[in-house]
Design a protein around this ligand. Structure first.
Ligand SMILES: [Zn+2]
Ligand SMILES: [Zn+2]
Ligand SMILES: [Zn+2]
Length: 117
């Protein structure tokens, strides 16, 4: 399972450039603080587990075909799928099928996705 750093948005799949390790983790909310985010470790220790705007911005990627903003999430079945960034709250750490809109459903170039498979 993926843990996201609340300071910079790195994950255990995608560490900071130069490398980092998680100094704090919350296995329930799947958030943590990595070794490059000392300042966030201070607010973590004070009980603040909110994902910073920076961290959320960093996990936003672009659809390769239509360039729409997307966030990659791992579903409970283990697939990694692109979700429309507009349907993702900055505090979301897990895929939520009720709220998150899969980008496949709205991508204007979705036929390209299909052909790529
Ligand atoms: Zn970090
Ligand atoms: Zn990091
Ligand atoms: Zn797209």
């Amino acid at each position: 399972m993926t843990t996201i750093c609340i300071g910079c948005g790195c994950t255990d799949d995608r560490a900071c450039s130069g490398g980092c390790s998680l100094m704090r983790t919350d296995p329930v909310r799947r958030v943590g603080v990595c070794s490059n985010c000392f300042r966030d470790a201070v607010r973590w220790d004070a009980g603040d587990r909110r994902i910073s705007e920076n961290a959320h911005a960093r996990r936003i990627a672009r659809c390769r075909s239509c360039l729409a903003p997307i966030v990659w999430f791992r579903t409970i079945s283990g697939f990694i799928i692109p979700i429309n960034a507009g349907s993702v709250d900055s505090q979301d750490t897990q895929h939520d099928a009720k709220r998150h809109i899969a980008h496949f459903a709205t991508c204007p170039n979705r036929d390209m996705h299909r052909r790529a498979r």
